[in-house]
Design a protein around this ligand. Structure first.
Ligand code: C5P
Length: 300
């Protein structure tokens, strides 16, 4: 079907391109429920997407190129380039078509930060090229290519709230989410995901029991407060500024819940509404990456 995140663009002077939003992924809670023989961890998580993200433009071209710009482009250590280009090549190979596209990535999200960055970009590339190359693949088929690129990429292909299981490939419906405000912040530190998983100690958590939905932000925050992110303690051990970010978020007026996302170091806070979150984000240290707004998607 038609991707609702697709929007037509006429870039200055160039080929008409399609623009695709790659929203930040937020793990509202994250339980590590086991470990597979290959070392990957089994997870139970409620994933939502924030109204901030990267933007990927795709225009027809004979060869495959990627240009990166935007506020977070300088911090890019080649990894996201590789993930976007790897996504393009993987889809071309799987579909048996030539890998031709001129891609431009406008980078806003901090890299290696627990909110999907590179995974969101790779997922946007899969959606964009599915359209540009006229493949018309359904999401489930894109998700197979996505999983080979990273455990978070299938959820980012979906880009809607979902309950995540397995190592990230089992995607189920999320409880009905109320309108909430969200602040994201990163004290400008990058944390490598494998190191955080390795630093985790203790046993495994049980999957959460969730209601079918929440009517308001306060009720949602109260239920989420009883859960946790099992990677938060190991991330703080490796990177004490994560604890500072959490303390700063908790001190913001109207903060209902503060928690780390994914393997960090980005942390989020929930608020009663998007306006509260926009105002609260301004109170965080200017030296940090910070954003306030609402969730991405219908009902946000
Ligand atoms: O799949 P992805 O590239 O996102 O994962 C990076 C690393 O994080 C993996 O190589 C693995 O060490 C760890 N990981 C894990 N369990 C997951 C996801 C990631 O152990 N479910």
């Amino acid at each position: 079907g038609q991707d609702p995140q697709r929007s037509a663009r006429e870039p200055r002077g160039g080929e008409p391109a399609l623009s695709w939003f790659a929203p930040a992924k937020v793990n509202l809670y994250l339980h590590v429920t086991g470990r597979r023989a290959d070392g990957y961890h089994l997870l139970d998580s409620l994933v939502a997407f924030a109204g901030v993200g990267d933007e990927l433009l795709a225009a027809p071209a004979a060869g495959l190129t990627l240009a990166v710009d935007g506020p977070a482009a300088a911090a890019l250590a080649g990894e996201t380039d590789n993930l976007v280009l790897r996504a393009a090549r993987a889809l071309a190979t799987a579909a048996g078509v030539p890998a031709g596209a001129a891609l431009r990535l406008h980078k806003h999200l901090p890299v290696a930060s627990g909110i999907g960055g590179g995974s969101a970009d790779a997922a946007a590339a899969l959606r964009a090229l599915n359209a540009l190359w006229g493949l018309g693949w359904p999401e489930a088929r894109l998700a197979e290519v996505a999983l080979a690129l990273g455990a978070d990429v299938p959820a980012c292909v979906a880009s809607r709230p979902c309950r995540m299981g397995g190592i990230g490939e089992v995607l189920g419906p999320a409880p009905r989410l109320p309108p909430v405000g969200m602040v994201l912040t990163n004290p400008r530190v990058a944390l490598p995901t494998p190191a955080v998983f390795r630093a985790r100690q203790g046993g495994f958590s049980a999957p959460a029991a969730l209601p079918s939905g929440w009517d308001d932000a306060a009720g949602m925050a109260a239920d989420l407060a009883a859960l946790g992110n099992d990677l938060e303690a190991p991330a703080i051990g490796l990177c004490p500024p994560v604890a500072e970010a959490l303390a700063a978020l908790r001190s913001l007026p109207g903060c209902l819940l503060a928690r780390m996302s994914g393997s960090g170091a980005t942390c989020f806070a929930l608020f009663g509404g998007a306006d509260d979150a926009v105002a609260a984000a301004q109170l965080l240290p200017e030296a940090w990456w910070r954003w306030g707004g609402g969730l991405h998607g219908p009902g946000a």
